[in-house]
Ligand binder design. Structure first.
Ligand code: ATP
Ligand code: MG
Length: 360
């Protein structure tokens, strides 16, 4: 799709395209946050520092919607729908365990809002397949999943469905990890293209909110801890599993004796201390000592294990107190509220495109 000249057409404003009353979340002043997670497995420490921690804080001051992206999960788990479905309750339990409060945050299930598919179809007309193939996150994920030979169309197009997720609920901000930057860029391109094509301001551009640790590396030293790579410490891991994972972490292979100078860059234990140790000055002094020589991996691992055990114990306990049924009820209740917003925005979208037919 080539460049197009910007012309100032009279705009069909969101309010004029929108016949029913504004939902509270539609207020133009309050930040509206939309994030989500794929129910492809339980959540891990990467989610915690990349997004969950921010969500827990921001829910007090912003309108917050959190989506369980089961349709998006099916784009690469299409042969294992039962795995995706089973993990919906697991993800909700993780949310509650870290302190997401369903009174303040609306948790909902993507597949139960068909308006998302409708908006996705309209947005798909405004992007080319080559633009989708250039998306760096998609490129990387295609490689990871071995999809190079034949890419499922649904997978290639999931950034468009993600743009629909964000814009249908009129989100202004997305608190997510670094891997989401290309998705936000693509969403904003689609918003501009849609508003320009249909001479409207119906869809809103959105901003990515990065945390202090926008990308947590895997315990194997891989660039990203991820459910699919199985290289993460899960929020639901037992104390023993956390201990084992910490003690199996990759450090510096050339740091053989305690007295040897060691590398801190690319050293998983230090990456996790940077993310989780509340005493930043002490971490800096440990790094200096490690570089010089005289600090053993075991001492560092014991420190990290203690920090993570303290963080995860209450999370594990809270998680165990919620049943699958309770978790699903929360998500089903949240979905009802989101459905109303979805229907209202879709009405505005249909009006903007002009696909409104009245007989008689
Ligand atoms: P999958 O492997 O199935 O894609 P994932 O581990 O990548 O799972 P997602 O559900 O895709 O997790 O990501 C949900 C959110 O968590 C996104 O906002 C993403 O940016 C963030 N996130 C995931 N992994 C990390 C990580 N290692 N560091 C920081 N943020 C992360
Ligand atoms: Mg992912």
């Amino acid at each position: 799709m080539g460049n197009f000249k910007r012309v100032n057409y009279p705009k069909k404003s969101f309010a004029t395209c929108f016949k029913t009353t504004f939902h509270k979340s539609m207020s133009e002043t309050k930040k509206v946050l939309l994030t989500g997670d794929r129910p492809t497995g339980p959540l891990h420490l990467g989610h915690y520092v990349g997004s969950l921690q921010n969500r827990v804080q921001l829910q007090h001051t912003c309108e917050q919607f959190v989506m369980i992206a089961d349709m998006q999960a099916l784009t690469d788990y299409f042969e294992r729908p039962e795995h995706v479905v089973k993990n919906v309750a697991e993800v909700v339990k993780d949310y509650l365990a870290v302190g997401i409060d369903p009174q303040k945050t609306t948790i909902f299930i993507q597949s139960q809002i068909p308006e998302l598919c409708e908006l996705t179809m309209l947005l798909l007309n405004l992007v080319t397949t080559s633009r989708l193939q250039r998306n760096p996150t998609i490129k990387n994920e295609i490689q990871l999943r071995g999809f190079e030979e034949s890419i499922p169309a649904g997978f290639l197009c999931y950034p468009v469905s993600q743009a629909a997720d964000i814009t249908l609920f009129r989100a202004t901000h997305v608190p997510a990890g670094e891997d989401q930057a290309p998705m936000i860029e693509q969403t904003n391109e689609l918003v501009r293209r849609f508003n320009y094509t249909y001479k409207t301001d119906c869809l809103r551009e959105v901003e990515l909110m990065l945390s202090k640790t926008p990308r947590l590396i895997g315990i194997d030293g891989n660039a990203k801890a991820s459910k699919s790579l199985g290289n993460a410490i899960f929020l639901s891991d037992s104390a023993e599993t956390v201990h084992e994972k910490v003690f199996s972490m990759y450090t510096d292979p050339n740091h053989i004796r305690v007295s040897d100078p060691g590398k801190t860059e690319g050293n998983v234990v230090f990456a996790y201390l940077d993310a989780f140790d509340p005493d930043k000055d002490e971490v800096e002094s440990l790094k200096a000592q490690y570089r010089k020589g005289g600090l053993g991996d075991m001492t560092l691992k014991r420190r990290l294990d203690e920090i993570l055990q303290t963080l995860l114990k209450p999370v594990r306990e809270k998680r165990a107190a919620v049943t699958d049924k309770e978790a699903l009820e929360i998500a089903i209740e949240g979905t009802k509220k989101m459905k109303t917003i979805a229907q209202n925005t879709m009405e505005a979208v249909r009006n903007a495109v002009g696909i409104v037919y009245r007989g008689g």
